[in-house]
Ligand binder design. Structure first.
Ligand code: AMP
Ligand code: GLY
Length: 439
């Protein structure tokens, strides 16, 4: 069994780790833009190159006798790598280009829900001109809008009123700047509540949900500072989150089922891969923030370490359209993931600074992201560098482990010590209680 992993970040390191635990003992290969020393130790061969170079990837898949490919990041999905591989009879975990629009175009995602009358979206408008955008902002009202570029921006194309934008003038300037690179932008109602990620394995018909996770997009403690790719995450032993009601979970799962059906009908293609719903629990119930078409980073580091079912078998079942025949099980354990990022991240990251991970004890739960190896030393490259995960019976104990390990890493790095703490979780619960009181 030969498996090719596309991508070379901490997410793909976590995927490689999970395959390594398989009882099918697959031989792993990687194609990525960078040489990740964590992944390199787990694979038989590794091609560092452009993941948009489909011809070379097809050659490599042939040369290595690849049984299936798993695509980690979103850019190759947008590029149609899955289409190219399927066309060459190489099965892929990761949706084709048309289906991946559920992530790659925010306008497509919102319009799909509207067309198929799936409830749970905020008021929104797709704007093609600045005049349209101004009108829409005025209609939503000062402080009540979110502005989004309609394309992949690595988590950095979203601007929230009150957080990033403090007046209509600032909002107009933001739209103007976005129109320089985006043909259209999406303006939507600002939702207030608590966010959560619900990822599912998907074979086109069946969805197998994973434990629900909460990510922390803001760079600094107390959710301050700029948006990032995600600074850390936690999940609970019961696979729910302490601030969610049973109805929230049922509604989010139902939205995933409806969206999969709509997407399949719209694209006339089978969705094989991960469907990642990013939701927000609000006073009026669960609403959709966005969909992604891949594993979340850091969410993947919460879910895969506690996956009890063999990942190779899940992938084979997704490819064969037989996910209904596999019982996908996760250990009833809580997890906390914390990212160490270079000083200055995300706007002015320090690059090429030394990182020392030698004191980390739980090596299985150490994931390498934006790092480069020179000699036998690791250096920052500018993006999120190192993730550590604590796994325990409670979020509190998992947090203590993650915090201890994070502090064993030395370098010009910072992290969010508040993620997963009792105080932060209590705050989330109280926030939802307050919101629900005012319905
Ligand atoms: P996205 O790239 O769409 O996940 O957005 C990044 C972040 O922006 C989300 O995690 C939210 O914190 C925030 N966000 C996006 N859309 C909304 C919305 N409609 N209301 C409030 N916050 C939002
Ligand atoms: N955790 C955010 C993302 O993967 O997009």
């Amino acid at each position: 069994m030969n498996i090719l992993i596309i991508g070379s970040g901490a997410r793909e390191h976590a995927i490689a780790n999970a395959f390594r635990r398989s009882e099918h003992f697959p031989v792993l290969y990687c194609v990525g833009a960078t040489l990740n020393p964590g992944i390199r130790q787990l694979v038989d061969d590794y091609w560092v190159g452009d993941v948009a170079d489909h011809d070379t990837i097809l050659e490599k898949a042939d040369q290595w006798g690849i049984d299936f490919v798993i695509i980690g990041p979103e850019a190759p999905l947008e590029d149609g790598l899955a289409d190219a591989l399927w066309a060459a009879d190489v099965p892929v975990v990761g949706p084709k280009k048309a289906l991946a629009r559920i992530e790659t175009s925010k306008a497509f995602a919102r319009d799909l829900l509207k067309k198929y009358e799936i409830p749970g979206s905020p008021d929104y408008q797709v704007c093609d001109t600045l005049a349209e955008a101004k009108k829409c902002l005025k209609k939503l009202g000062d402080g009540k809008y979110v502005i989004k570029a309609d394309g992949l921006m690595g988590g950095k194309g979203v601007f929230v009123a009150g957080d990033h934008l403090h007046s209509l003038d600032e909002a107009y300037r933001c739209c103007e700047a976005l129109f320089l690179t985006s043909k259209s932008i999406v303006i939507e109602e600002r939702l207030i509540g608590q966010e959560f990620s619900l990822l599912s394995f998907c074979d086109g018909k069946t969805l197998a949900p994973m434990p629900i996770v909460q990510d922390h997009k803001r760079a600094f403690v107390n959710d301050e500072g700029p948006n990032t790719g995600g600074m850390g995450t936690y999940s609970d032993a019961n696979h729910r989150l302490p601030f969610l009601t049973e109805k929230d979970v049922v509604d989010a799962e139902a939205m995933n089922v409806s969206v999969l059906k709509a997407l399949t009908e719209e694209c006339k293609e089978r969705y094989v891969g991960i469907l990642y719903g990013s939701f927000i629990a609000t006073a009026k119930g669960v609403q959709l923030i966005e969909y992604n078409a891949r594993f979340g980073d850091p969410e993947v580091m919460n879910v895969l370490p506690i996956l009890e079912t063999d990942l190779v078998e899940i992938c084979e079942a997704m490819i064969a359209g037989q996910l209904n025949k596999v019982s996908v099980q996760f250990a009833r354990r809580a997890t906390v993931c914390k990212y160490l990022v270079p000083n200055g991240y995300p706007d002015a990251s320090e690059k090429n600074t030394l990182i020392d991970v030698s004191a980390v004890e739980e090596r299985e739960q150490l994931y390498l992201g934006g790092v480069e190896e020179k000699g036998d030393q690791l250096y920052t490259t500018g993006s999120r560098a190192i993730a550590v995960v604590g796994v325990a019976g409670t979020i509190s104990d998992a947090e203590a482990i993650a915090e201890m390990e994070v502090n064993r890493v030395k370098g010009q790095l910072f992290h969010r010590p508040d993620i997963g703490t009792d105080a932060l979780i209590e705050e989330r619960i109280e926030h939802m209680q307050t919101l629900r009181c005012y319905v």
